[in-house]
Design a protein around this ligand. Structure first.
Ligand code: SF4
Ligand code: SF4
Length: 98
């Protein structure tokens, strides 16, 4: 699959799926959210629903529901990859507990 930031992700075959979510399917009991000290927060006013954050999240902690990306904080370990990769810079890091 040729992935271009800002373009909508289309999943037609297994090879289109991100490698990490596919390979870690049996790790869903591993609640890596307990590692996190920073949490990503999505600004939906700026989000263009491109799927880049979902594509790059190594956990997988980002899921799509009702055509919107969401963060599952049970699995988000706060690595910041989604913050770096978002083409619209609409994911910010907030300190946990604030
Ligand atoms: S901070 Fe890391 S683990 Fe959490 S949603 Fe973003 S990419 Fe995924
Ligand atoms: S949060 Fe950013 S990377 Fe994720 S879908 Fe929205 S615009 Fe794309």
């Amino acid at each position: 699959m040729n992935f271009k930031p800002g373009k909508k992700v289309v999943l037609e075959k297994l090879a289109d799926y991100p490698l990490m979510p596919a390979s870690l399917a049996d790790m869903t009991h591993n609640f890596t959210g307990s590692w996190r000290n920073m949490r990503p927060v999505i600004d939906y006013d700026k989000c263009i629903n491109c799927g880049t954050c979902w594509k790059f999240c190594p956990e997988p902690a980002i899921y799509i529901e009702d055509n919107k990306v969401n963060v599952n904080y049970y699995f988000c370990k706060g690595c910041g990859i989604c913050v770096s990769e978002c083409p619209k810079k609409c994911i910010t890091f907030e300190e946990e507990g604030k």
